[in-house]
Design a protein. Structure first.
Length: 366
């Protein structure tokens, strides 16, 4: 986990000092906090790396009830219980050490290493990642579901496709105000999104992570860890596979304006033809990795779910749109490359059966 510099005001910030004191009390080891640093990423929850006087480091998260919801805390605890009771199926990752429901605090072991998102930027993703991740997800999805809450993913937000609630208008950015009418007026897209959610609801058969992104995988040497279980529950395993593959493709599309992954220098000016060539070049490099992920996963699962590949591909397509929607919430105007990603996602979501094999997702393993 990459860290920023120590929090400059943690000793004088009453709220942060209170969280540090609560962390020590929860751990119950009579320690004191000597340093507080923010992780090298920002998210919807409060997050800090705290160093104790023994030199030990812990990762502290405070769930935001406004941004993440109360269920995020409950589901995080549910995964900790699942991992303790069913270690054979649990993904490697930092253990939950303590928690406080009143303050929505979660205290984890510190996770060393680097996130896959950072390794992707640095062009240091291990060749073995695809296979290891596929096997990891296969084990998780083979686990027992007794006692698990059904997943309730916030995405796709089906209701938003039929109209933005009045109370939300004041919260939307200029980019969102332009984007949502375009999405809502696309009748084929609205139907595909509704169908994806309906089909997903009828295939809640396995324990799933529920919100896979590259920054939730951490690699330390040869060890791969998976973090952030705030959407954990009994759901459709196709969501996990499709979302992870979709995240890869989203990053690849955004990388068309860079020379990463051995690509040549981008053109001085993009037009439709040059953008298409660059995206094709990226996909040629990426599809074998997705195929290795898929092959490793299917080689360790005995499912007879014939629609699995199509659903995974549909989730892949939606993820590209979802990332664009998320990006719009931070900017006044969407970059053209983001709109291109959403356009690719739309085509895949509308016709997942046409794109599955081309993207490395096949129904059977030879």
């Amino acid at each position: 986990m990459t860290l920023t510099a120590a929090h400059p005001t943690w000793r004088t910030d009453p709220q942060l000092r209170s969280i540090a004191e609560a962390t020590v009390a929860l751990l119950g080891d009579h320690a004191t906090v000597t340093n507080v640093a923010a992780p090298g990423f920002s998210g919807r929850n409060g997050a800090w790396v705290m160093t104790l006087d023994s030199g030990r480091r812990v990762f502290v998260k405070q769930i935001s009830l406004v941004k993440a919801g109360e269920a995020a805390f409950t589901r995080s605890l549910a995964y900790a219980t699942f991992a303790a009771e069913h270690p054979r199926f649990a993904a490697p990752g930092p253990r939950l050490l303590a928690h406080c429901s009143r303050r929505q605090l979660l205290v984890f072991e510190y996770c060393s290493g680097s996130s896959l998102a950072q390794l992707l930027v640095d062009e240091k993703v291990p060749h073995s990642f695809s296979t290891t991740a596929g096997r990891l997800l296969a084990r998780l999805h083979s686990g027992p579901t007794s006692g698990l809450l059904p997943t309730n993913p916030p995405s796709p937000p089906v209701a938003m496709f039929h109209g933005v609630p009045h109370h939300r208008y004041a919260e939307l950015t200029l980019a969102e105000l332009r984007l949502w009418p375009t999405l809502q007026q696309d009748a084929e897209l609205v139907e595909a999104v509704s169908q994806l959610r309906t089909v997903e609801d009828s295939h809640r058969t396995a324990p799933i992570h529920g919100d896979l992104r590259l920054d939730q995988f951490h690699i330390d040497g040869d060890e791969l860890s998976l973090l952030d279980w705030e959407e954990f529950g009994q759901g459709d395993p196709a969501r996990d596979l499709g979302t992870l593959a979709g995240e890869w493709i989203y990053r690849a599309v955004l990388d068309t304006v860079t020379s990463r992954a051995g690509a040549g220098s981008p053109p001085d000016r993009f037009d439709t033809a040059s953008a298409t060539r660059r995206i094709t070049e990226r996909m040629t490099h990426l599809v074998p990795q997705i195929r290795r992920l898929w092959t490793a996963y299917r080689s360790e699962t005995a499912t007879t779910d014939e629609g699995f590949a199509t659903r995974a591909t549909a989730h892949l397509g939606w993820h590209l749109i979802d990332r664009t929607v998320t990006r719009a919430s931070f900017v006044a105007q969407l970059p053209g490359i983001e709109r291109a990603a959403a356009g690719i996602g739309r085509r895949i979501l509308l016709h997942p059966d046409r794109y599955a094999i081309a993207l490395g997702i096949e129904e059977s393993v030879a």
